[in-house]
Design a protein around this ligand. Structure first.
Ligand SMILES: C=C1C[C@]23C[C@@]1(O)CC[C@H]2[C@@]12CC[C@H](O)[C@@](C)(C(=O)O1)[C@H]2[C@@H]3C(=O)O
Ligand SMILES: O=C(O)CCC(=O)C(=O)O
Ligand SMILES: [Fe+2]
Length: 330
């Protein structure tokens, strides 16, 4: 009887979360950008065009800071469920469990979402220690993102130097930060060879996002031909995702990368993701300095606030930019 009720509980846990047939293809061609390489800026631009995704090594973010933040995040996730629920629900920021966003999406994940206020990342009620580690980490990662955006500007010859980096350096930048924990999920793995989705497929709406995880696999990206490939984890590097806004700013030259997270059967995955977004009032449109003679803008101009509002009405996996394509008749 006890075993039966446990089984029912387990199935109850899973039957509302999507599964998928995992692709066994490992992404061996992953673009790796070495910050100490003089060709770094060319590699970044090539990777943003081809994949909307690359990995950065030899960055200058202190590895001890990353380790401290990870261990503080794990301490938080090890609290009792009711203690964690005190920090929820996650709108606009706070603790969330399984429910992702406001439109019915679910995943095998729990998380803490921090929002921006006066150039800082905040989550009301969170411990001073976690708050200050998050802010130290985010300011180091933000500097790295600014360097990347300035290398892009230089390579594309679309000066002034800070034309992109100013968007996230601005103290009104609407960036956010997320700590995710994907518990191991042994029970469901053998079912029809399908795997439970930790975080469903989507693109990030902002300009650039930076993902760092422990050494547990699960991240997959979608290539231009529609195949899903697994990205081998690397806890000492950072993975960059081009977001929808950068796709618009570059008039489609860069592509926002579709990605998803699959659960691991035995190991817990802990990730930290910084989403570099512009100020709410910022107009998002293709940069004039980039446009060639006679080139048309692919998207209607919108403010980040308009895009964000529209994005938060969509399901996670939707093509949110589709609504702003010129041909969509706006
Ligand atoms: C279903 C949703 C969750 C999300 C807001 C949305 O309505 C659509 C975009 C989602 C996303 C994806 C990237 C980031 O994780 C996130 C914080 C963001 O800015 O857009 C999430 C949103 C969320 O979890 O609230
Ligand atoms: O947790 C991860 O590794 C990725 C999560 C993600 O894509 C997101 O939070 O937008
Ligand atoms: Fe994402």
């Amino acid at each position: 009887m006890e075993v039966l009720s446990q089984t029912v509980n387990i199935l109850d846990n899973f039957n509302h979360i999507k599964t998928c047939k995992p692709s066994s293809r490992i992404f061996t061609a992953i673009p790796v950008v070495d910050f100490s390489d003089p060709d770094a800026k060319t590699k970044i631009v090539e990777a943003c065009k081809e994949f909307g995704f690359f990995k950065v090594i030899n960055h200058r973010v202190p590895i001890e800071l990353v380790a401290k933040l990870e261990s503080e995040a794990v301490k938080f996730f090890n609290l009792s469920q009711s203690d964690k629920e005190n920090f929820g629900p996650p709108n606009p920021c706070g603790y969330g469990n399984r429910k992702i966003g406001p439109n019915g999406d679910v995943g095998w994940v729990e998380y803490l979402l921090f929002g921006s206020m006066n150039a800082q990342l905040i989550l009301p009620g969170i411990s001073e220690n976690l708050w200050s580690l998050v802010n130290d980490y985010v300011s180091a990662v933000r500097n790295m993102v600014c360097e990347v955006l300035e290398m892009i500007t230089e390579e594309l010859k679309i000066g002034p130097k800070d034309v992109l980096s100013r968007l996230i350096k601005d103290e009104k930048s609407d960036s956010c930060f997320r700590l995710n924990r994907y518990p191991p999920c042994p029970e469901i793995q053998p079912v029809n060879g399908r795997t439970l989705i930790g975080f469903g497929e989507h693109t990030d709406p902002q300009i650039l996002s930076v993902l760092r995880s422990n050494n547990t696999s699960g991240l997959q990206i979608c290539l231009q031909d529609g195949t899903w490939v697994s990205v081998p984890p690397d806890h000492s590097s950072f993975f960059f995702n081009v977001g929808d806004s950068l796709q618009v700013i570059t008039n489609g030259r860069f592509r926002s990368v579709r990605h998803r997270l699959l659960t691991h059967s035995l190991k817990s995955r802990v990730s930290m993701v910084y989403f570099g977004g512009p100020p709410l009032s910022e107009k998002i449109t293709a940069l004039s300095s980039l446009m060639e003679d006679g080139e048309e803008r692919l998207y209607e101009e919108f403010t980040w606030s308009e895009y964000k509002k529209s994005a938060y009405k969509t399901r996670l996996g939707e093509n949110r930019l589709g609504l702003f394509e010129k041909s969509a008749g706006h």
